[in-house]
Write a protein that binds this ligand. Structure first.
Ligand SMILES: O=C(O)c1ccccc1N[C@@H]1O[C@H](COP(=O)(O)O)[C@@H](O)[C@H]1O
Length: 235
């Protein structure tokens, strides 16, 4: 499939330092994520997130990431940080996710045996702005650095698909050419240590995404007779 004029969106998640946020913006990330999920080693206070949000360049989204946080906590983050998107990784239902007046991304746990098909997901989360497929199982955190079998992503989703989980500069090219997602999301794969982003890894990641966007899958050579059939010749 030709990828001409297509640009895979990039989200760098789990930001804990304003300098990393600035560099992410300069390298061309489309979004950065701030984690508020209980138990995550990347969890930050809304005050810290607000400071980093202020370091964000224009035209870069701020995403607030939750996993089964209470409504009051989500409201407090929305008030203080003014994220442009919310990302929910837990058992939150559609009514909860859409209750804050901010578009939301629903993370789907690909570690769970039953994920559901495209139709089931779109009915269950009818208000979702996008679906993010991550390797975690229900009840466990994202940000694990583990990947999953990308062929399990349900086909036929109308909403944008974001691929996450164990992606880094070494496999993001394959992730993109195999799944043709709207975007990719990475946390561990651009870190020097947990929560501390690494400039070289961020840069290498962006370069690989750009390489994938320029990649044109060669047409499959189906041979003379088959090609003639496909073109409607020689019937
Ligand atoms: O990053 C975290 O600590 C985190 C905690 C709780 C929920 C989600 C979290 N991050 C998200 O996890 C995925 C994949 O991360 P990784 O690249 O495998 O480390 C990504 O969507 C982050 O947004």
């Amino acid at each position: 499939m030709s990828r001409t004029l297509f640009r895979t969106r990039i989200k760098f998640c789990g930001m804990t330092r304003p300098g990393d946020v600035r560099l992410a913006s300069e390298l061309g990330a489309d979004a950065v994520g701030f984690v508020f999920a209980e138990g995550s080693p990347r969890k930050i206070h809304p005050n810290e997130a607000r400071a980093m949000r202020n370091a964000l360049a224009p035209l870069v989204d701020a995403v607030a990431v939750f996993r089964d946080n209470g409504a009051d906590e989500v409201r407090e983050v929305v008030k203080q940080v003014r994220p442009s998107l919310l990302q929910f990784h837990g058992d939150e239902d559609d009514a909860f996710c859409r209750g804050f007046g901010v578009p939301y991304i629903k993370a789907i746990a690909m570690g769970d045996a039953l994920v559901g098909d495209a139709m089931a997901l779109q009915v269950r989360y009818s208000g979702a702005a996008a679906f993010l497929f991550d390797s975690h199982g229900g009840g466990t955190d994202g940000g694990s650095g583990r990947s999953f079998d990308w062929s399990r992503i349900p086909k036929g989703l109308v909403r944008p698909v974001i691929v996450a989980g164990g992606i880094d500069s070494g496999n993001v090219f394959d992730a993109i050419v195999r799944t043709l997602p709207w975007g990719v999301d990475v946390s561990s794969g651009i870190e020097a240590s947990v929560g501390i982003k690494d400039g070289d890894r961020m840069r290498a990641f962006v370069e690989e995404v750009r390489r994938a966007d320029c990649h044109v899958e060669p047409d499959i050579d189906i041979g003379g007779a088959a090609a003639a059939r496909a073109n409607g010749i020689g019937k």
